[in-house]
Design a protein around this ligand. Sequence first.
Ligand code: NDP
Length: 347
Amino acid sequence: MSLNYKVKSNYKIVVFGHKGLIGSAIVKELKKRNYKKIIIIPKKKLDLLNQIKVKNFFKKIKPDIVIIAAARVGGIYANTNYPFNFLFENMVIQNNIISSSIIFSCKKIIFLGSSCIYPKLWNKPFREKDLNLANLEKTNEPYAIAKISGLKLCEAYNKQYNKKLPKFITIIPPNLFGPNDNYETKNSHVLAALLRKFYLAKKYNLKKVEVWGTGKPKREFLYSEDAASIIIDIMETSEKNIFKYTKGEYSHINIGLGIDYKISEIVKKIKKISKFKGKVFYNKKYPDGVKRKLLNISLLKQISPRSLNKFKNINKKFDKDLKKEYERITIKTLKKFEKNSTYNLPF
Ligand code: NDP
């Protein structure tokens, strides 16, 4: 097979984590682009922590492309309180999938990483080459280490067995939001947590909304459907084209739109959308996390210019998507998340 092969519409594409925030958006995007053989399997039928079951699944399906959007994911509270689950489960899930992909000659892996792989000290937008194990943010260090190990596994495979060409690619998105986001009280990310708080405060006429931390850190957000569209653009990009820019030194690619916002700015936006008239209280007892995490997207611009050319007026778009997501919330959707995730020993 040529290394410059085109992804064909009848390739078997497995999306792991299809019920989640980014997995569901990826499935939607693949359908939109007319991929004919999109394969999904619920966790009840295939627990990705089970190596033998994963191997049997691959033996039966023999996928051409695998997208790893399944992971143990959570916000600052869950990461701080359940470090073992975040480290162990993520390492096992990715190792099981990556090893089976190799055994059954998968053509391409897209592995979802996270911007928390970069050091906590930020002076300018993180480039792919700024990856550095020192100075990871303590609150999500176990999760970051699992993600770095998945990224390095992909990179090492490409270097050792694929002439440095990026057959296994790690994509690093900023904070995501959109349909199927996790609205659990103790497990959500910052944006979902804020949307939930303002929705409930407005609905039940509360006097005050409490925001964790000082509101000063800045965060970059990407709508899940936009992230999915960029991820599939990269999936469709040839190994040779990516190699032209990375020279095989690394196999991870940052994605995003190049803009970040102060948490307090986001709070103002959501307060306005929700029409909540009460007070906002910043509780400084809670940690802020890293000051900034904005990603450098120069590599993405080179590899896949079409990915960014499709977005016009990014600030307005963010406001519109935020409103769309707020309007999607109902008591029924929030109730779905009342039963908090379990953090039992995973074996
Ligand atoms: P979600 O929690 O929304 O979805 C994760 C999915 O993984 C769920 O469908 C879940 O299934 C599935 N899953 C978890 N454990 C297992 C298991 N043992 N076996 C089978 N399936 C399992 O996560 P996101 O969509 O937010 O994140 C997906 C990826 O994207 C992660 O790798 C994350 O690091 C990355 N990412 C996410 C960001 C964000 O802001 N959300 C930002 C940057 C990166 P079930 O629902 O049945 O439990």
